[in-house]
Write a protein that binds this ligand. Structure first.
Ligand code: NAD
Length: 270
């Protein structure tokens, strides 16, 4: 018996084997959950289909989260397929590369609307559709990043989208709490994925995070999967409305490890 035996989990955001959503799917599957997967577009199907088959997933639906009719269709099919939903995973984000390369001050209206629409509003759109299916309570989890709270060069409009996402988590947690539906965000440190690679300077960020975090290691999709198992199972039953860092302790540091040593020549002697 796994922690999720007899439970149904719908996961948005698998693009390939490196996706954080895939780490989450594997972790929930290992604990006995019935998994449904949704991917963004036809192009990704040939990557996602074999992954789904490898863990016996039969619910596999295309959905562009900007398309309300597509969202309606996926949740209607999930209702038919699973009956009840226990876990919803939102692991979806997008911003135009131009909006990450340039200065934040130059973010276009279209770029802003696109980034916030895909990366933040979609959580609200999904939660609204998941609520009637979570008849025995449930857990909704999304993925954020430290750039919501502090400036991370090049994260730009995605930082604003993640701030909106984290605020949405709190409002949804308040409204859905009465039905025992918990809503939380996990905030991992940088992980090498398709989305990650789209952020200029990402490789430097990876190395820097490893050096500067108290655990001196990089976070993996498997680490995030384990955190989802804890958070969305009975073990996390009193946690809602939170953003929880899964970042090897990076966000706890005021002066990152090694920084003073690295800047020795620019700093005065003690
Ligand atoms: P990924 O590229 O594997 O996943 C992002 C997913 O978003 C993809 O599956 C993509 O198809 C989907 N997506 C984009 N636009 C969409 C649309 N219009 N409709 C439907 N789906 C759409 O990368 P990932 O790193 O696994 O990202 C998953 C989540 O984790 C994102 O929210 C990301 O911001 C967050 N996150 C990533 C990191 C990191 O370093 N990789 C760190 C913290 C948080």
């Amino acid at each position: 018996m796994g922690l999720f035996s007899g439970k149904n989990a719908l996961i948005f955001g698998v693009a390939n084997k490196d996706s954080i959503a895939w780490g989450i799917a594997q972790a929930l599957h290992a604990e006995g959950a019935n998994i449904g997967l949704s991917y963004a577009n036809e192009k990704l199907k040939r990557r996602v289909e074999p992954l789904a088959q490898s863990i016996g997933v039969t619910f596999l639906e295309e959905c562009d989260v900007l398309d309300d009719a597509a969202l309606d269709r996926v949740f209607a099919r999930a209702a038919q397929h699973f009956g009840r939903l226990d876990v919803l995973v939102h692991a979806v984000a997008f911003a135009e590369r131009a909006d990450l390369e340039g200065e934040f001050v130059n973010t276009s209206r279209e770029g802003w609307n696109l980034a916030l629409g895909v990366s933040a509003y979609s959580l609200v759109a999904m939660a609204r559709r998941a609520r009637p299916l979570m008849t025995e309570g449930g857990a909704i989890v999304t993925l954020s990043y430290y750039g919501s709270e502090k400036v991370v060069p090049h994260y730009n409009v995605m930082g604003v989208a993640k701030a909106a996402l984290e605020a949405s988590v709190r409002y949804l947690a308040f409204e859905l709490g009465g039905q025992n539906i918990r809503v939380n965000a996990l905030s991992p440190g940088p992980i090498k994925t398709l989305s990650g690679a789209g952020i200029p300077g990402f490789r430097k960020m990876l190395r820097y995070s490893q050096l500067a975090s108290p655990l001196h290691k990089l976070v993996t999709p498997e680490d995030v999967g384990k955190a989802v198992v804890w958070l969305c199972s009975d073990w996390g039953r009193s946690v809602t409305g939170q953003t929880i860092y899964i970042d090897a302790g990076y966000s706890a540091m005021g002066v990152p490890h090694g920084l003073l040593e690295a800047m020795r020549e620019q700093l005065p002697e003690d």
